[in-house]
Design a protein around this ligand. Structure first.
Ligand code: IPM
Ligand code: MG
Length: 362
């Protein structure tokens, strides 16, 4: 049956990296029998410019009816002055919430060809393979009340609320434990239980859920220590389970272990594995329109989409192999170049992946 994929390019480098991901999908449609129907729609600043809203109803409706959503990135300087409730980022947050995508999977894998691209020593990162499972539609990102208020003395005060209910913790913990079971059976849950009650409950509930997974060894770290350990000895980790905010921060940190944030894909899943797929990086307005962004995180997000939502695991493997082949050929965008290497453009990188993929399909 033909599956429906909604493609949301968004802002900044979004359209450039999405164009390369679409080339990859096209090859699979033409050469490997991938049965999908793609539709493009507006989100983020691009949607604000046309409709006044970062998440037009039409886009949310399309996304809700689709089997999967592929997204580039949102945000840019020109929208930063807008009220926070209608900024581009709200389009992405609205999609995540509107599709009930509570589990965000962020694999941090170092391709061996890039072990010298990391700012950390090669021996510290060689062989790295971590999976961050980030809670995505709760916590301080969505907690009420929130806002900026004026106190009696006339001073303004900003406030946000960190809330987690037991059911919110349980459902994402189950996802993380089930994934850990399929990997090396180690799960590290990250919290700040020594200071924040919401994460004291987090630790308690994760421990309780762990009783259902006796073969998984569970550990807990405070987030400050987890950040330090990720840089000191990252290979100690297999699956890491985090709150929304801690996962946002730690996944950016962890991305540098893999050489570049331009390499890391993500999947955001609901309880039925319907998902939204996007690179973990942002819209990089400083290099937008210059054809120099790394499209590999988005192309690897397509692989995750095929595996998790479209039931095409073999095609996912083929994309990952094609990316690996291209890196073996020494093809590099600027973010993963070493001294003496010449960077290729976004589109040249996409073409190289398409060529390697097509060769693999013959
Ligand atoms: C991410 C991004 C988003 C987030 C922004 C763009 C809202 O940083 O996906 O990590 O904070 O979740
Ligand atoms: Mg982030």
């Amino acid at each position: 049956m033909t599956k429906r994929v909604v493609v949301l390019a968004g802002d900044g480098i979004g359209p450039e990296i999405i164009a390369e991901a679409v080339k990859v999908l096209n090859v699979l449609q033409q050469r490997a029998g991938l049965a999908i129907h793609t539709e493009a729609a507006l989100v983020g600043g691009a949607a604000i410019d046309v409709t006044g809203y970062p998440l037009p109803k039409e886009t949310l409706d399309l996304a809700q009816k689709a089997d999967a959503v592929l997204l580039g990135a949102v945000g840019g300087y020109q929208w930063e002055h807008l009220d926070i409730r209608i900024r581009p980022e709200k389009g992405l947050l609205g999609l995540r919430a509107g599709l009930d995508l509570f589990a965000n999977l962020r694999p941090v894998v170092l391709f061996p060809q890039l072990r010298h691209a990391s700012t950390l020593k090669a021996k510290v990162v060689a062989g790295l393979d971590i999976l961050i499972v980030r809670e995505l539609i709760g916590g301080i990102y969505f907690g009420q009340p929130r806002g900026i208020r004026t106190l009696a003395n006339g001073e303004r005060q900003g406030y946000n609320t960190l809330v987690y209910s037991e059911s919110e913790i349980e459902r994402v913990a189950h996802v993380a434990f089930a994934l850990a079971q399929k990997r090396s059976k180690r799960l590290c849950s990250v919290d700040k239980a020594n200071v924040l009650e919401a994460t004291e409950l987090w630790r308690e509930v994760v421990t309780r859920v762990g009783k259902d997974y006796p073969d998984v060894s569970l550990s807990h770290l405070y987030v400050d220590n987890a950040a330090m350990q990720l840089v000191r000895a990252p290979k100690q980790f297999d699956v890491m389970l985090t709150t929304n905010l801690f996962g946002d921060i730690l996944s950016d940190l962890a991305s540098m272990l893999s050489g570049s944030i331009g390499m890391l894909p993500s999947a955001s899943l609901d309880k039925n594995n319907k998902g939204l797929y996007e690179p973990i990086h942002g819209s990089a307005p400083d290099i937008a329109g210059q054809n120099k962004a790394n499209p590999l995180a988005t192309i690897l997000s397509v692989a995750m989409m095929l595996r998790h939502s479209l039931n095409e695991a073999a095609m996912a493997d083929q994309i990952e192999q094609a990316v690996s082949d291209v890196l073996s050929q020494g093809i590099r965008t600027a973010d993963i170049c070493q001294a003496g290497e010449t960077p290729v453009s976004t589109s040249a990188m996409g073409d190289a992946v398409v060529a390697a993929l097509a060769a693999g399909l013959e």
